[in-house]
Design a protein. Sequence first.
Length: 70
Amino acid sequence: MVNDAERDAITLMTRHEGVPVDSANSGRALGGLIDQIRRGRFKRVEPLLFWHTGGAPAHPAYAKDLLPAP
């Protein structure tokens, strides 16, 4: 199941960076990171690294549910 945080993270990464993120591991991790950023957990000058470990092959199977029509 894909929750709102994952859906938002996948949409942001795909639209703004052109990087597909799967809805399981990477999508969940990225959703958590974005949530922490929005809550002010990190300072603006603090460098962040999100390590995308793959999993994009599952992305097309969920594309209709995850990405709004252009």
